[in-house]
Ligand binder design. Structure first.
Ligand code: AMP
Length: 441
């Protein structure tokens, strides 16, 4: 199957070929023809499935076939600034052989350049809700020409409390338009919104929840909270990891961990909602270019980050909502690749892991944290080529030895160590009661 067989114009097929895409992903195969046919679409797809191209390509095609004015004829609404920037960047790549004018607006940065860009004419506008309403309120932006409307990551929009803003935006749009809605999960609220927004939609469901999860090698370390940072520093250094995205639950926790990892000699950047847009862009840039080995992020800040071939994701704390685990580990193993997701699970998190396993309908192998790794001084230490870590006077236990081998290699294909063999197939869920004294377990 090729992109041109989906009915895409040669300029678009050429642009995707230049991106290195050989065949359309499942969401693209299903959604592109439906969008070209002018249908409304409800798509169950998360980041990593190629969903952006699934709506951007056919919309660019439609835009090229209708006369341009000054006001946008297509609007993509995203929950976060990062996602808005990424969608716009993808659209620019896909539209590079066309004359389509693409603009992006989001908060946290100066509004004037955005006003200037809109005034000079825009065909496809990518926006976060707040700034969009701001610009519309200032009458800089006229949304009455919008013929194609995309609600991207609708579930996240609702989680972030944007329902009111979405309603406001809808009031500014003309009645006659095509609507596309993308959501990784389906709650009752999402179904409600879909019923109100979409007219006789084609439903496309490509990402059964664990499709991504199935390609990710998953592992959990049982580790007391106070030892998590030592273990993480050890895993990164000893595994030779060069790029790892680490999730924390809070902004404060992200800052603290970033400082601790930096103190342990690991180049680290942090990204969360309290950081300025510029600081976030810089952190992401440092991470993408390899200047920073670790990027510590909160859930919301990391939403939709498109980092190519991210090999490792670490849950420093498990998320409270099991679906978020799937989102998080979906940052690795993107577009068909493989990756490795490691969770550091404290005694009070056993119940959370059990919920996750229930959602995934599979168990996550649990490994005991190697003793030397959690008690070792996390200060930087050059990795001894052939010297085992337990040299520092600590006794050599099976745990310590296996701990070394358990750390998977950069491609996530770590050799199976004794520790893993011992614990493979077990899960917190099945053994939580015995292993933890917490009330959740
Ligand atoms: P998305 O789900 O839109 O965030 O896309 C995830 C990643 O997959 C991005 O890095 C895209 O560049 C990439 N991608 C999208 N479509 C394809 C394709 N047909 N073949 C290979 N990679 C793709």
């Amino acid at each position: 199957m090729s992109f041109s067989l989906l009915g895409l114009a040669p300029e678009l097929s050429r642009a995707v070929a230049e991106q290195g895409y050989e065949t359309p992903t499942p969401i693209q195969m299903q959604a592109i023809p439906a969008v070209i046919a002018g249908r409304d679409v409800l798509a169950g797809a998360q980041t990593g499935t190629g969903k952006t191209a699934a709506f951007v390509l056919p919309i660019l095609q439609a835009l090229a076939q209708s006369p341009a004015g000054r006001a946008p004829r297509a609007l993509v609404l995203t929950p976060t600034r990062e996602l808005a920037a990424q969608v716009a960047e993808s659209a620019r790549q896909y539209g590079r052989h066309m004359k389509t004018r693409i603009c992006v607006v989001f908060g946290g940065v100066g509004i004037n350049p955005q006003i200037d860009a809109l005034r000079s004419g825009c065909d496809l506008l990518v926006a976060t809700p707040g700034r969009l309403l701001d610009l519309a309120g200032q009458r800089v932006l006229d949304l009455r020409e919008v013929r194609h409307f995309v609600l991207d990551e609708a579930d996240r929009m609702l989680d972030m409390g944007f329902i009111h803003a979405i309603r406001q935006v809808l009031k500014l749009l003309p009645q006659r338009r095509q609507n596309l809605m993308f959501s990784a999960t389906y709650s009752d609220d999402i179904r409600d919104l879909a019923t109100r927004l979409l007219r006789d939609p084609v439903s496309v469901e490509v990402a059964p929840r664990n499709a991504t999860a199935d390609r990710v090698e998953q592992r959990a370390y049982r580790v007391p909270k106070e030892h998590k940072r030592h273990l993480l520093a050890h895993l990164i250094r000893d595994g030779g990891w060069h790029q790892v995205l680490v999730f924390t639950r809070t902004k404060h926790g992200a800052n603290r961990l970033a400082e601790q990892l930096a103190g342990a000699g690991i180049a680290t950047a942090a990204i969360h909602g309290n950081k300025s847009q510029n600081a976030r862009v810089r952190a992401l840039e440092d991470f993408k270019t390899g200047k920073a080995t670790a990027l510590v992020a909160t859930e919301v800040a990391a939403r939709g980050l498109d980092i190519k071939e991210l090999p490792f994701v670490v849950n420093y704390e498990l998320p409270n909502v099991p679906e978020d685990y799937v989102h998080r580990i979906g940052r690795t193993a993107r577009a068909g690749g493989t990756g490795c997701a490691i969770s550091l699970v404290g005694p009070d998190e056993a119940g959370l892991l059990r919920d996750i396993e229930r959602l995934l309908r599979r168990s996550v192998p649990v490994v005991a944290a190697p003793e030397f790794a959690v008690t070792a001084d996390p200060r930087p230490a050059p990795r001894p080529a052939a010297q085992p870590h337990h040299q520092s006077g600590r006794h050599k236990s099976p745990g310590s030895d296996s701990g070394r081998r358990d750390a998977p290699g950069p491609k996530g294909r770590g050799p199976r160590g004794a520790g893993q063999a011992r614990s493979a197939g077990r899960s917190f869920g099945a053994h939580a009661g015995r292993r933890f004294s917490s009330s959740r377990g």
